[in-house]
Structures are given as C-alpha cells and as structure tokens.
Design a protein. Structure first.
Length: 208
C-alpha cells in the first residue's frame, strides 16, 4: 500500500502561533484551506514529500536524515514575503540557505529507494511549472527539489483570482515577522493539499 508522507521543519511554539495568525490575517474574510492549527494541520516547511512504499520506517529514516547533516539546535530563516504560486496557492516564502539544500539532499539520498514511483501522477498538468520544477516532478514526484526547491510555509489555497487578490492586498491586513525559527524535524502523513496532518516521528534539531 502506498503511503503519502513528508519530511518537514517545524517552527518553535512562538512561530507556530505566528503562522496560524498570519494565515487568518492573510485570508481576511476568506478561509484559506487547509486551516492551520496547533493540534492538527501544523505549519511547516516541507523538505520533501511524496508516495512511499509500506517498507519505510519513519523513525529510522528521520534519525538517518537528521544525523547526516550538522544542524544547529535552531534554524533561523528570513521571510522574503507572501507570494502567489500557481494555481491558487499562497505561500510565505523563505530564504534558501546552503544548510537547507544540504538537508534536502540528505533526505533525497535516504528516501529515494523507498519512493513508490508507480504512484507518481503522470497525468498532472505541469504546464505552469518552471523547467526545473517539471524535471523535479518527473524524477521525484515532487515539484520542489534541487534548483526548484523553494522553502515556504503554505498559508493555504483559494480560487485562482481570490488567491492573487489576497496576496496583492496582504500588506493591508497583516505584517510578516522577518525571522522564523524552527527547532524540530518531522516525518508526517500528508493530508489535504499536502498538509502536515499527523506526526509519525519527530526529532529535535542539534542532536548528534
């Protein structure tokens, strides 16, 4: 059986609350989907996600990934703004330092052999993907790897025109903290629109 799972960085308690607030203020009268909560769909920065075979052991693989990259106890990322992403997505875009690239490379190395490539959606419309996003999707079943990796916190999805309008008018409703702090790695079950719906394994950063 295919398991749809992901690896993510989770924000500390203060920034978890900030992300939940930011989603509500960005959406205004529109409820962005899926709703972020502290005990359900967690705000997160995806490192990688996709379909995996039953043989994968999340705890073992998370320890392998976390232990293969020297990580500080807290990863601090600078926000670059609230952005629109086709189709209908609203992201809080974050910087992409070399540390994050190394972490994703470690995840890809560890998880490549567990991917259920037969479950990749070969019918997906990728016409609005960039060239590097299409190459990433074809190889890994995930849009954002390598040159296409775009670290972000997903604030939600809305109808296309609504999403674009919300991004354009977001500065009228909210202010974005410049720095975001993350203190844990998570292996999670993907929910609605790839949401972090259930934590299977968790590892504090900075462990050796």
């Amino acid at each position: 059986m295919t398991r749809w799972l992901g690896i993510a960085l989770l924000p500390d308690a203060d920034h978890l609350r900030s992300a939940i607030r930011l989603q509500k203020e960005t959406g205004g009268e529109h409820q962005l989907r899926p709703p972020l909560t502290a005990d359900g769909n967690l705000p997160h920065v995806t490192v990688f996600q996709g379909p995996f075979t039953d043989a994968i052991d999340p705890e073992v693989e998370l320890d392998k990934i976390g232990g293969s990259v020297p990580l500080p106890s807290k990863v601090r990322l600078t926000a670059t703004g609230i952005v629109y992403q086709p189709t209908g997505w609203i992201f809080l875009a974050l910087e992409r330092p070399p540390l994050l690239m190394s972490l994703q490379e470690a995840a890809l190395d560890a998880l490549d052999g567990h991917l259920d490539r037969a479950a990749f959606d070969r019918t997906k419309d990728t016409s609005r993907f960039s060239e590097s996003e299409r190459a990433s999707f074809a190889r890994y079943g995930y849009r954002y790897t390598g040159d296409a990796y775009a670290p972000h916190i997903t604030l939600g999805q809305a109808e296309e025109q609504i999403a674009q309008d919300l991004v354009r008018t977001a500065p009228e409703r909210t202010s974005v903290p410049t720095e975001w702090v993350f203190d844990r790695l998570s292996f999670y079950v993907m929910g609605e629109h790839g949401a972090h719906s259930e934590t299977l394994a968790e590892r504090a950063l900075g462990l050796t």
